[in-house]
Structures are given as structure tokens and as C-alpha cells.
Design a protein around this ligand. Structure first.
Ligand SMILES: NC(=O)c1ccc[n+]([C@@H]2O[C@H](COP(=O)([O-])OP(=O)(O)OC[C@H]3O[C@@H](n4cnc5c(N)ncnc54)[C@H](OP(=O)(O)O)[C@@H]3O)[C@@H](O)[C@H]2O)c1
Length: 256
């Protein structure tokens, strides 16, 4: 069975993506902070292996490589999806603290990069495998508000915006190193952008407070976002996306 790793899968889009992939007969390795999470543990063990990973815990990050190599057990790795994120909604610079910016950078870019370093060797093995013509994908779930070009009106969300912009740069740099080796590395904005100054939402715990006045039909569900994401990461042609920042719903590139 081919394998996808989802870093950050306890709820929201990550949890919906596990369900979507299991439904397509993919083996999922998923990381989460609480390994006893009931919803995750109710999913079929034949298709899911959990790894405990708190992105703020240095010990977890240190142990991750060993745990991942035990979990994958020689299966072909199709994709790494870096999903976990934290949004601390500072409205002005006065609300930015060392704690808020430090947590945002650790969870949204520094730790995800240290983790992806550990799974890349397995995707390189997939590329070299004589029995496969697969092109693995290495996906950073970013946010449109991490675009520097688009940040012209509202401002705010200093820690979130800047940590997503930094994550974009890390993945863009990965694309230069790994694209030529057959791994497609790119950033994705999972929300839609029909409304609200082009910054769209998927309905999850992270966004519920921000779309309460938006008509429900204009807000994407996490299952819809997961379905689109699964199509994207399992599509062998996604090589075109290497080094790009992609709007999942509108299928257009976002300016950095
Ligand atoms: N929803 C949207 O419209 C939207 C738009 C743009 C970008 N995004 C991005 O999409 C991704 C998923 O967001 P979502 O909407 O599904 O958010 P969500 O429902 O709030 O889920 C956030 C996920 O991140 C995990 N997480 C937070 N801190 C962590 C830490 N220290 N270590 C490990 N995991 C941690 C959470 O785990 P716990 O359950 O343990 O807290 C949870 O699985 C995020 O990167 C977000 O920035 C979402």
C-alpha cells in the first residue's frame, strides 16, 4: 500500500484528509499531539499509524526520524503534507509578544522543516524504486495571508503572516534542491477566496470566529478542502507545481 504522511491530523483539514485518503486505499502515517485522540483511534488500524508529535517539544522532534522509519516499514511514500498550524490573531504590533511570535514560528515553520528533513529520504527512495513511476509531493499548508504581495490592506496577524511567509521560503528553497531529483515541493492555501478581501476560509476551529457573518454556502467544509487536496497530492502531474504557491479552490497561483 502506498503511504502519505500528514503532520498535524487531529482535527480540521488534517483529520478530514486522513478520512479522504483511507477511502482511497492509501496507508496514512499521521502525527498528533495527543496519541490517545479518540476520533483518530476509531479509524481502521489497517490503514493508519499514529506518531506522537508536539511541534513545541524538542524531544519529539529529535525522536521523529526513528519513529517514522519504524512506521513506514518499507512502503512507498507518495507525499508529505505539513498541516499543523497555529493562529494567534494579533490586531496590532502592541499585541505581539516574544511568546506569540516564538510559538508561531516554531509550529508554523521551524519544526515542520526539521520534520520534513526526516521524511525526504523515503520520498527519494520512491523516486528511485524500479517498480514505480511515482512523483512524490512535499506539501506545505500555508495561508494566503502569508503572501507578502497580498498584504496591502488589513495588516495584523504579525506572527501568523510572517511565520507562513518564512515557511513558504523554506519550501521554495526545498523545491530548488529536490525538484530536479523528482520530488515536487510546493505551498498550498487551502481556503477559498470568494469573499472578505480575497482571504477565504475552510470551516475549522481555527477560522470559525472569522466567518460567523459569512453565508454558510460560501464557506468550504474541511471535507471539501481534503478532497481537493487529496486529488492534488495523488496526481502524478503535480510536478508542475514545484516551487509554486497554489490556491486550492480557485486553482490559481498566488504571488509570493
Ligand atoms: N481553515 C482555513 O480556512 C485555513 C486557511 C488558510 C490556512 N490554513 C492552514 O491550514 C492548516 C490546518 O488548519 P485548520 O483550519 O485545519 O486548523 P485547526 O482545525 O485549528 O487545526 C490545527 C491543527 O494544528 C495542530 N497543532 C497546533 N499546534 C500544534 C503543535 N504545537 N504541535 C502539533 N500540532 C499542533 C492541532 O493539533 P491539536 O488538536 O493537538 O491542537 C490541529 O491538528 C494550518 O496550517 C492553517 O494555518 C487554514
Amino acid at each position: 500500500m502506498n503511504t502519505v504522511f500528514i503532520q498535524g491530523a487531529s482535527r480540521g483539514i488534517g483529520f478530514s484528509l486522513i478520512n479522504e485518503l483511507i477511502g482511497r486505499n492509501i496507508f496514512v502515517i499521521a502525527s498528533c499531539r495527543n496519541i490517545k485522540n479518540e476520533k483518530l483511534n476509531s479509524l481502521p488500524k489497517s490503514h493508519l499509524k499514529l506518531i506522537e508529535l508536539d511541534l513545541l517539544n524538542d524531544k519529539h522532534i529529535e525522536n521523529f526520524g526513528m519513529e517514522f522509519s519504524q512506521a513506514i516499514q518499507g512502503k512507498l511514500m507518495l507525499s508529505h503534507v505539513s498541516m499543523a498550524g497555529v493562529l494567534i490573531p494579533e490586531k496590532s504590533m502592541k499585541q505581539v509578544s516574544y511568546a506569540s511570535i516564538n510559538e508561531s514560528f516554531k509550529v508554523n515553520c521551524i519544526s515542520p522543516f526539521l520534520i520534513v528533513k526526516e521524511t525526504i529520504p523515503f520520498m527519494l527512495q520512491t523516486v528511485k524504486s524500479p517498480s514505480s513511476n511515482l512523483k512524490p509531493t512535499c506539501v506545505y499548508i500555508s495561508a494566503k495571508v502569508g503572501s507578502i504581495s497580498e498584504n496591502n490592506q488589513l495588516g495584523g496577524w504579525y506572527s501568523y503572516r510572517s511565520s507562513k511567509a518564512a515557511g513558504n521560503m523554506l519550501w521554495k528553497t526545498l523545491s530548488c534542491e529536490l525538484g530536479p531529483k523528482g520530488i515536487s515541493c510546493f505551498s498550498v492555501h487551502p481556503g477559498n477566496n470568494i469573499f472578505l478581501l480575497r482571504f477565504g476560509f475552510v470551516d475549522t476551529d481555527m477560522t470559525r470566529a472569522y466567518h460567523k457573518n459569512i453565508p454558510q454556502e460560501k464557506v468550504q467544509s474541511s471535507s471539501e478542502a481534503a478532497n481537493r487536496l487529496a486529488n492534488l497530492i495523488l496526481n502524478n502531474n503535480s510536478r508542475d507545481l514545484n516551487g509554486k504557491f497554489f490556491d486550492l479552490q480557485n486553482k490559481e497561483f498566488i504571488l509570493w
